[in-house]
Design a protein around this ligand. Structure first.
Ligand code: SF4
Ligand code: SF4
Length: 502
């Protein structure tokens, strides 16, 4: 699948993947093989690197290029894994840094808890996150995918090392999947299962908190069946993803990968092959002197070694131009730099650059989208601060009870019934009082016990408002204010409209 912004359109050559994944081309070209390309079941062309033309899975076993970028990616990946595992255990003001409590409909971020009434705040945060991704992509391409995405981090730095540990490296005495022996397969599966279980528990702790998770782990699954099923489902999902689906997640399932063509432009920094320098390719060139072939025709620096395709975790050839499958993991840069050093050429035949820079057009960091995105992020941030400054120690919203709008009593009093949605946003228990400022009107909570809420607790309080019949004389309407106050001194005045007989 090519992106809508191809840089290079080379004639398709030997992809080199057969070196890494067990000879798919050979099988397709063998007339005796059921996978022969003349078969009516074969697709006219290969649509995915992980799918052969006969529809069978093409398992990729990329080799590893331990170059400049890989070293840095590795340390970043281990740091991110440690961060992901540690974060649910950290506390700020007694609250977790991140807790997505779906059951209570609360979201805690950096020690601050958002409630269902905080939709504008959460919308501002979501806007900031969305346009930050757009900005980073416009500037640095899929740097997120290659360096920090959990799929890449766990697949390349946890699960593929497990593969290499048990299978070895193909071409260096390693075995393909089908050649793995029984005990080795079971041991490898157990390693996958252990990692998936650990990741699933860590993932669950973001939703239920580490304390509750520890309790659950020490008790029987029958006491918390839903959580147990969620954890089991997450483990199976992770196993499926990392054992079977793998790199296909980036090509088929990830929406970010599919949106990249609208987020990138010709000035975005991407991993790209220098076609001016590399073409025409000449196999087997060894030093600086051999820049002319035997017919005296100038040749490029690419020696067709196939190393850049052999290391690609998504099985593509970067020399075919910018492609949807490319996650900008920089493995082909490391692999090609290594080859360039060996043949005495400058490194950087494959490098970070932009399509414009490759075409000789000066690169510009400042352009319309790199100005518009930060402006939107700034506005969303200011809006976030503005809304936050209007947040009180508690939320209160008054709504009228359904049913009859008022009741007239024999003693010439009228009663309106309301409900107040009250949320304690403070860090301590609070007791609340509800009254009206208008002496003619009495508001009382129908339950006489003190109204006390724990931090984060939300209740619906039935409130009766009583007033003399003459208050609504004439129009049948009367506006008054209900005051709600907590023991810490925070108070809110809320206007309500009373209804009575005209
Ligand atoms: S690694 Fe470099 S030299 Fe080798 S095929 Fe790829 S681009 Fe050409
Ligand atoms: S083409 Fe290069 S940067 Fe892109 S996914 Fe393959 S190895 Fe990584």
């Amino acid at each position: 699948m090519k992106d809508t912004l191809p840089v290079v359109s080379n004639e398709k050559k030997s992809c080199g993947r057969c070196q890494a994944n067990g000879g798919c081309c050979k099988e397709l070209q063998d007339p005796q093989s059921p996978k022969h390309e003349s078969s009516i079941l074969n697709a006219p062309e290969q649509v995915l690197p992980t799918l052969r033309r006969d529809g069978s899975r093409n398992w990729l076993s990329p080799s590893l290029a331990k170059g400049f970028y890989w070293q840095r990616r590795r340390w970043l990946a281990y740091g991110l894994i440690a961060f992901f595992v540690t974060l649910p255990h950290l506390r700020l003001n007694g609250k977790p840094y991140v807790l997505i409590d779906i059951a209570s409909r609360q979201f805690t971020f950096l020690g601050y808890t958002f409630y269902p009434t905080d939709t504008p705040l959460v919308a501002c945060l979501a806007l900031m996150a969305f346009f930050s991704i757009m900005l980073v992509t416009a500037l640095a391409g899929r740097v997120w995918c290659g360096w920090a995405c959990p799929q890449t981090v766990y697949l390349e730095f946890l699960f593929r090392p497990i593969d290499r540990f048990f299978d070895g490296t193909l071409g260096k005495g390693g075995k393909s999947r089908s050649q793995l022996g029984g005990i080795r397969s079971v041991a490898k599966f157990l390693a996958y299962l252990g990692c998936s279980l650990f990741l699933a528990h860590t993932f669950l702790s973001y939703f239920v908190g580490t304390d509750r998770l520890a309790q659950w782990m020490q008790s029987s699954p029958t006491q918390h069946p839903v959580a147990f099923l969620v954890m089991g489902g997450a483990t199976i999902g992770l196993l499926f993803n990392f054992m079977y689906f793998r790199e296909q997640f980036c090509m088929i399932a990830c929406p970010y990968g599919r949106f990249q063509s609208v987020m990138l432009d010709r000035k975005s920094v991407i991993v790209t092959y220098d076609i001016q320098r590399g073409e025409p390719r000449k196999r087997g060139k060894r030093d600086n002197q051999l820049t002319l072939d035997t017919l005296g025709v100038k040749t490029g620096d690419c020696i067709e070694c196939g190393r850049c395709t052999a290391v690609c975790p998504t099985g593509i050839d970067i020399r075919d131009g910018l492609q949807l499958e490319c996650i900008h993991c920089t493995q082909c840069i490391d692999a090609c730099d290594d080859i360039m050093v060996k043949i005495g050429k400058p490194t950087g035949l494959i490098r970070y650059s932009s399509q414009d820079a490759m075409a000789g057009v000066p690169s510009k960091w400042i352009r319309a989208r790199t100005l518009i995105y930060p402006t939107i992020i700034g506005i969303a941030f200011l809006l976030f601060l503005f809304v936050l400054s209007y947040k009180f120690a508690f939320d209160a919203r008054v709504v009228r009870m359904p049913g009859a709008p008022f009741t007239v009593f024999q003693d010439q009093h009228v009663q309106n019934n309301f409900r107040i949605r009250l949320v304690n946003r403070s860090q301590t228990d609070q007791q609340y009082s509800i009254k009206t400022k208008d002496e003619a009107v009495v508001a009382r909570w129908s339950n006489e016990a003190p109204l006390t809420l724990k931090p984060g607790e939300s209740v619906l309080v039935p409130v009766d408002v009583q007033f003399p019949l003459q208050v609504t004389k004439g129009s049948g309407l009367y506006d008054t204010r209900i005051e709600i106050a907590d023991t810490a001194g925070a108070a809110r005045d809320i206007q309500v409209r009373l209804l009575g007989p005209q």
